[in-house]
Structures are given as C-alpha cells and as structure tokens.
Design a protein around this ligand. Structure first.
Ligand code: ADP
Length: 628
C-alpha cells in the first residue's frame, strides 16, 4: 500500500507540535475525548429526528482501555464515524477549513507559529506527542464499510478497508518508549490516566468508561485483599456551573469549592452567573474566607479555571483576574473560545478581555452587596483581603482608584469601629472640610499620639492608617468627595483661630535664633525646630515636611535598596504653651551646654513617641538620669 503524504503545511505543523508547541503532553487525552464527544453529539442529534439510528441518549458512551504490555491506549466512541474520504480529509490535513489557511508570512518559523497553532484544530495530532504510531478505525453512520487510517507521524499515512460492526471510531495509540527526559509509560498507568481524564474531561456529557482494577477486602480470607476489575465511569458529566441556580444548595456550592480548590473552610461568598451578550459564559466564582494556603509565597499564581464547553483549557488563567482580586477562585466556561487556544493567544484574546471585565464587575457588585447587607462578613473580608484592594488603588498609576475607593475601611479613632470614606465624610463635624488620618502600628498606638488631642478637641474624627500601603494609596486618591486628606502628624492643620495662628507665628519669628541654634545641635537629623500649639498638653512631637511622611519613610527604608533620596524631612515641634518652652528660653540666655542636652532629650522623646529608633539609647538614658 502506498503511503500518502500529509499536505506540506500539515507536516510542518505536525513537526512543530511534536517537538515544541505543546510541552504539556498530557492534553492528548483531552483532545481525543473531545473529538469522541463531538462525534457522539452528531449522531445523537441525528437520532432525535431519525428513528432508524436506533440509539437513545443513554446508549452513547466513550470507552478507554489500556494494554500495558502492548503499550497501547484505545479510545472508542459510538458516534457518527468517518468514511474513508473523511478520514483522509479530516486526519490527513490539518489546514482543512478555509479559516485555517496557513499564510506564508505566518509560516516563517518563530513566535508567530505558536499563535497560528493556537487557532487551529490541531487536536487529533496531539496524539503524536505521546504515540509513535496512531490508528483510527472508523465506520461512518449508514456506511457498509469500515476503514483504518494508520500513521507513524510526519512521513505520511495509509488508509485501508477493515472490519468494524457498529458506527463509530476507535483510536489506538502506540505509546512511545520512555526516554531520559520523558516518562511516557505514566499514561499506561490506570490511575494516572483516569486522573487526567477527570482533570480535563470531567464535564463531558457522555460517560467515559474504563476498566479499573481495585483492591477490595477478600470475603473468604479475613484481613486480606483481592483485586477486582470493574468498569467505572470516570467523569461526573454535569458541571455544577451549568446547572440552574435554583437546583443548587449552599451545601453543594461549598462542597464543590472545598473539593476543587482544596480549602477546609467554606467560602465567604459565591457568585454564580450566566452571561450572554458581547461574550457568552458561565461563571462560578468564590471569595475565600482565608487567603489560599500559598497566597503569600512567590509561587502563588492568580487565575480562574478556564473551560470551553465543559472542557478544561487552562488551570489558572491569570488574565481573567485583576491583581487586587488575586485571592479569588473559580471557573469560567465559555463556548466562544477554542479548545486549542494557547497561553500566548489568550492574552490578546478579545473574548477573554471582555470576560475579565465582566468578572471584575461581578466581584465588585458582590462586595458592594456584602458591604451594605452583611457588614460583619464584609469586615471579615476586609481584614483578610483589604490590603489587596489598597494596593489596587495604588498600582497602575491609580487606574482603578475610583472603582475601589468605596471598598476601603479604616478604624475610626473616635468610635473604634470601621468606617468607609463615605461614612466618614457624612459624619464630618460642622466646619470640617478635611479628612484627617494618622499613621501608626495600631489604632491603640495612634490613640496615644500627641497630635491627636487638638483634632479631637475640635470634634473631628481621625482615620487610623495601620497598613504600610495606606498612605501611598491615599496619596494616589488625593481626595474623596471633594475633601482633601491631611496627615495629622505632617500637614499644616490650621485648627486654631486666626489669632492663635498669628500669635504662634510671632513666637516662632521672635525665637528664631534659639530655634536655629537648637537645630544645629541635632545636626542633619531635622530640617527645622518649631513651636506648635496643636498638641494639647504634650511637650513635643515629631512631624514631617514635604511629600514623604514619617510612616512612608519607615516603609521605604524597609524596601530593598533602602530609602535613598526618600527621607522624610523631620520637624521637631515643641508645645509653645508648655512650661518646658520657658525653660528653653532661660537656658538659651544662660546655659547653652544644658540647652544642647535638653534639645537632644526632647528630640529623642519625640522619636520614641513616633515609634522611631533612638540612635544612641545609652547616651539618652544617661542624659535623663543626670537631670534626675
Ligand atoms: P478539531 O476537532 O479541532 O476539528 P481534530 O484534528 O481533533 O480537530 O479533528 C479533525 C476532525 O476529524 C474533526 O473535526 C472531526 O471531523 C474528525 N474526527 C476526529 N476524531 C473523530 C472521531 N472520534 N469521530 C469522528 N470524527 C472525528
């Protein structure tokens, strides 16, 4: 029998695929089972209108068999089958349909090939990734003769008549011998193969059956086991997300989640939706109650499982989720995507972009709902994942700040509970036009800040910023509802009356010489020493001038490479009403050495209050003890 050659472009494609494109060899089984399922679909639809088919839905099935010693895997279906012409046309050519015209410019080797291949129905050929020889025995529905197509890869194929009773197709793969780098024998192991079938083809609508050997307790010999072979159905067939919402209970949603995404806890929220329009897809999305176990590791990859018509295309499709929702888990199933879409093609895929946008919106809507209807649950969510949203505001030059700002929660220093920015603004005191915040390790620590007193005295609430990213995010936000933000430890607050302000300015001007001198005692540590009237009864505090606040400087100094060029400009502020200021004037007139000592003590005290380290704690302790 004369061997026929594959068409030139098919041959090239075949070579490319076997050698490079699909490093993910295991998908061959998915491809063959999908083909079998499609072939059954065709005959099943025919049977709906044509009684002579003589098969009902429950008669259709896909059978998988493994023969370890012969090194073969056989996939059989009782679908529509193929005539010899169809065998020739379908399996002899890859570029069969007009849309798959293999354009000359694309044929130039290189990255383009991958994209081109992504659009092809190259499914069947993937069997050559694991098989040295492939046979397809097929009998078309209604035909008298069956044919066998055989190929050992790129050098061509033969077609000959053969025997087969019923319509359908039997594909036999002769699995390659193992090599140093590749373990092909794994596919001949029943557990490995059944696991792959479950992974990729769990939701194929016809049963996929396979003979499985189980070890069962031996009824005759107590305590011993014997091997038993049973024909098992490997797939569960109906994807949960394809069912109607009304048919699914909470239990089932949660069980599916825990099983599929390996979590012990129930999710915080479930979003199940069917979308039609620009893109048609089903989505089943979960917001976990705890971060995924590997969430904080470098290896963590965000993404949703992507299916097309119930067949898995990708385990973690990162393009479906924005970074600020990277903790979200779930599934998207869209008939609009092709099975062989590659990672590279997906990124530019228009459908995927539309789906991603729709999903982003769905998650936001769900959170909005939770925030207004189930506050306790939302706070739980925010304590776990709020930081991600804050990073979301800060990243991409604030592209998402407006869509995320209403999800933020901060502890209120007035009421020790969480408030949204909206709630803060609507509860603002009369005459208040600024949103005040303070940074610190915790709301408790912030409550002790000297700067808080004057703000509190005015009846203003202060938001507690306890995450490193808080201030960066707020700088990106700039304002909320037309109200600017002010850091009570850094920004000019202008809380006093005009007269008070004037008096303070005068005092600062009059004391210029002393304050300058005190600054020189502290060398490069501070950019200024000033009197203040906004720290209540406390003696000193530290504040910052310019763009970088104290907290930001702390955060920046922890980043790799340190905080070069991003140092906060510290200002030592002394309470003008405090008795210590009189003492300072006295020392300035009489005892400069002591003034120097006092200045250093005050400065170190202010550092301590702000949660900063003291450069020389021993010297500080000695100076204080001297005074005692
Ligand atoms: P695709 O399935 O993406 O079209 P394949 O290379 O997997 O590409 O298959 C090519 C064609 O061969 C299919 O479109 C189908 O017409 C035919 N085919 C493959 N497997 C079977 C099968 N088991 N039964 C009937 N036809 C099949």
């Amino acid at each position: 029998m004369r061997k026929k050659q594959f068409k030139a472009e098919s041959k090239k494609l075949l070579d490319m695929m076997i050698h490079s494109i699909y490093t993910n060899r295991e998908i061959f089984i998915r491809e063959l089972i999908s083909n079998a399922s499609d072939a059954i679909d065709k005959l099943y639809f025919k049977s709906l209108t044509d009684d002579s088919v003589g098969l009902s839905k429950s008669d259709f099935e896909i059978n998988v068999a493994v023969d370890k010693s012969a090194r073969t895997i056989t996939i059989s279906d009782n679908g529509i089958g193929m005539t010899s012409e169809e065998l020739e046309a379908n399996l002899g050519t890859i570029a069969k349909s007009g849309s798959l015209n293999f354009k000359q410019e694309n044929a130039q080797a290189g990255e383009n090939d991958i994209e081109v291949i992504g659009q092809f129905g190259v499914g069947f050929y993937s069997s050559f990734m694991v098989a040295s020889k492939v046979e397809a025995v097929s009998k078309a529905y209604g035909a008298d003769t069956a044919y066998k197509w055989t190929s050992e890869g790129a050098d061509g194929y033969t077609i000959e008549e053969c025997e087969k009773d019923a319509a359908g197709t039997v594909i036999t793969l002769y699995i390659k011998e193992d090599t140093e780098n590749e373990d092909y024998s794994q596919y001949l192991e029943q557990y490995r193969l059944s696991e792959l079938i479950k992974k990729y083809s769990d939701y194929i609508r016809y049963p996929i059956k396979m003979a499985m050997t189980h070890s069962v307790p031996d009824a005759e010999k107590e305590g011993e086991y014997k091997e038993e072979v049973s024909i098992d159905t490997l797939n569960s067939m109906v994807p949960l997300w394809r069912k109607n919402k009304s048919e699914i209970g909470e239990e089932e949603y949660n069980g599916f989640y825990k099983n599929k995404f390996m979590d012990f806890e129930n999710p915080l929220a479930v979003i199940h939706s069917k979308t039609e329009g620009q893109a048609t897809f089903d989505a089943l999305i979960y917001i976990p109650s705890k971060p995924p176990y590997d969430f904080y590791s470098k290896e963590y990859e965000k993404g949703l499982q992507l299916y097309t018509n119930g067949v898995l295309i990708m385990d973690r499709c990162a393009d479906l989720l924005p970074d600020y929702f990277s903790f979200v888990k779930g599934i998207v199933d869209s008939a609009d995507l092709s099975l062989n879409i590659s990672r590279e093609t997906l990124q530019q895929n228009y459908q995927v972009k539309i789906i991603a946008k729709a999903i982003d919106k769905k998650i936001k809507n769900e959170l909005k709902k939770m925030l207004s209807n189930d506050r306790a649950n939302y706070e739980k969510f925010f304590e776990t994942f709020g930081v991600q949203l804050k990073f979301g505001i800060y990243s991409n030059y604030g592209a998402e700040k407006d869509s995320l700002k209403d999800f933020l929660l901060y502890k209120s220093s007035k009421e020790n509970k969480y408030v949204t920015l909206k709630e803060y603004v609507s509860a603002m005191a009369e005459g208040q036009d600024t949103i005040y915040y303070a940074c610190g390790e915790s709301a408790e620590k912030i409550a002790l800040l000297p700067q808080l007193e004057a703000v509190k005295a005015k009846g203003y609430d202060v938001l507690c910023f306890t995450d490193d990213v808080d201030e960066f995010a707020i700088q990106m936000l700039m304002e909320y509802d037309g109200k600017k933000f002010a850091n009570i430890c850094k920004d000019e607050l202008n809380l006093g009356t005009d007269e008070e302000k004037k008096a303070l300015d005068e005092k600062n001007t009059a004391s210029k010489d002393m304050l300058e001198e005190m600054k020189t005692y502290l060398e490069d540590e501070v950019s200024a020493v000033k009197f203040t009237n906004s720290i209540g009864s406390h003696a000193v505090c530290l504040s910052a001038e310019g763009y970088v606040s104290l907290e930001m400087a702390k955060v920046l100094s922890q980043m790799p490479g340190g905080n070069q060029g991003m140092k906060a400009q510290l200002v030592l502020e002394i309470n003008s009403e405090h008795k210590v200021s009189e003492k300072l004037f006295a020392l300035f007139a009489g005892d400069k050495d002591k003034l120097k000592k006092y200045t250093k003590i005050l400065y170190n005290q202010a550092r301590l209050i702000s949660g900063l380290q003291i450069d020389n704690p021993t010297e500080f302790a000695d100076m204080v003890t001297d005074l005692m």
